[in-house]
Design a protein around this ligand. Structure first.
Ligand code: PBG
Length: 322
C-alpha cells in the first residue's frame, strides 16, 4: 500500500463512511457501575473528588441500581463503609454487614441487574490494609480464611459475581473451594488479577474511607513497572478458577489489557479507576478539556485495547450518551 494509490483519507471523508468501517463500538452493556454504600436511611453524602458520586444508604442505593438498569447497564459493583472497623475487618464477613444487607435488599427489590461484590478487607480494617496485620506485615495465608468467609457471606446474601480485589496469593483458589463446598459452584469469580499499586486510587480511598493507616500496598499490589508479571498473575488466577479477570487501573495500563487479551481466552474486565475519573472531571471543570469527548474517547480506547467489560464511574453518563 502506497501513496498515491492508497489514500487513507478516502475512508475518513464523511461521517457515514467512518461509521461503516468503525472497528470498535461502545454499548451500555459494556459498563459496570461502582457504588458506595453506608449505614443509615436517606443518607446521600457527596464524594468531593468524584462529582456525581455519593456514599448512599441502602434505600438510596436501590434507586441508583434501578436507574442503572433502566440505562441498560448490566451490573453494579458494591463497596461498603461499615458501622465500625476493627483489626480483623469483621464487618466484612458479618452475616448482617453493610454489603450483605445491601445485596439482600437489591435482590429482593430489583431484578434484571447483576450484583458484583468486591472481596477485600481494607474497607473494614482499622489499619486500612487488605489483610491481617502482624508486626507491621500483611499476612497472606491467615488472610485467605477471612476472604473466603467474606466471599461466602456475599454468595449467601445473593451476590451474582464475586470479585476479590485484595491481591493475596491463592485467594482465588481458596474462594472457589469454599463456594463449591457450599453449593455455590455456579457463582462466577471475577478476579482483580493484575492490580497495580497505583496512585490513581486516591479518590476511591477517600470515598471508601480505606486509606492504609501506615505504609502502602506495595507488598501485595503490583509494581507499575512490570508487564510480564501481570501475565503470571492472570495465569495463576485462571488456574485457580477465575471465570473472568481484571486489569486495574485501565488507561495507564492499556498495554497490559492488550497483552492479557491476546494471551488468554477468557473475558477481560478493566477498571477505569477513581483517579482516572477525577482527572477528567477536574480538567473539564477548569475548561481545559471537553469532559464528554474525553470520557467517550477513554472508554473506547479501553475497549479497543481488549476489555470486554469496563468498570467505570462514567457508566451512567456514557450509557446516556449512547
Ligand atoms: C479495594 C479496592 C480499591 C479499589 C477497588 N477495590 C482500593 C485499593 O486497592 O486501594 C480502587 C478503585 C478506584 O480507585 O476506583 N482493595
Amino acid at each position: 500500500m502506497r501513496f498515491p494509490e492508497y489514500r487513507p483519507r478516502r475512508l475518513r471523508k464523511d461521517g457515514l463512511l467512518r461509521e461503516m468501517i468503525r472497528e470498535t463500538h461502545l454499548r451500555p452493556d459494556d459498563f459496570i457501575l461502582p457504588l458506595f454504600v453506608r449505614p443509615g436511611k436517606g443518607v446521600k453524602k457527596a464524594i468531593s473528588s468524584m462529582p456525581g458520586h455519593f456514599q448512599l444508604s441502602v434505600d438510596l442505593i436501590l434507586k441508583e441500581v434501578k436507574e442503572a438498569k433502566s440505562l441498560g447497564i448490566p451490573g453494579v459493583i458494591l463497596f461498603g463503609i461499615p458501622e465500625k472497623k476493627d483489626e480483623m475487618g469483621s464487618e466484612g464477613y458479618a452475616k448482617d454487614g453493610i454489603i450483605q444487607r445491601t445485596i439482600r435488599q437489591i435482590k429482593e427489590k430489583v431484578d434484571g441487574i447483576l450484583v458484583i461484590t468486591d472481596v477485600c478487607l481494607c474497607e473494614y480494617t482499622s489499619h486500612g490494609h487488605c489483610g491481617v496485620v502482624k508486626n507491621g506485615k500483611i499476612l497472606n495465608d491467615e488472610t485467605l480464611e477471612l476472604l473466603s468467609a467474606q466471599a461466602l457471606s456475599h454468595a449467601e446474601a445473593g451476590a451474582d459475581i464475586i470479585a476479590p480485589s485484595d491481591m493475596m496469593d491463592g485467594r482465588v483458589g481458596a474462594i472457589r473451594r469454599i463456594l463449591d463446598e457450599n453449593q455455590y459452584e455456579d457463582t462466577p469469580i471475577l478476579s482483580y488479577a493484575a492490580k497495580y499499586a497505583s496512585a490513581f486510587y486516591g479518590p476511591f480511598r477517600v470515598a471508601a474511607e480505606s486509606k492504609p493507616q501506615f505504609g502502602d500496598r506495595k507488598s501485595y499490589q503490583m509494581d507499575p513497572a512490570n508487564g510480564d508479571e501481570a501475565l503470571r498473575e492472570v495465569e495463576l488466577d485462571i488456574e485457580e478458577g477465575a471465570d473472568m479477570i481484571m486489569v486495574k487501573p485501565a488507561l495507564p495500563y492499556l498495554d497490559i489489557i492488550c497483552r492479557v487479551k491476546q494471551s488468554f481466552n477468557i473475558p477481560v474486565a478493566a477498571y477505569n479507576v477513581s483517579g482516572e475519573f477525577a482527572m477528567v472531571k477536574a480538567a473539564s471543570k477548569l475548561g481545559w478539556i471537553d469532559g464528554d469527548l474525553v470520557m467517550m474517547e477513554s472508554l473506547i480506547a479501553i475497549k479497543r485495547a481488549g476489555a470486554d467489560l469496563i468498570l467505570t464511574y462514567f457508566a451512567k453518563e456514557a450509557a446516556r450518551k449512547l
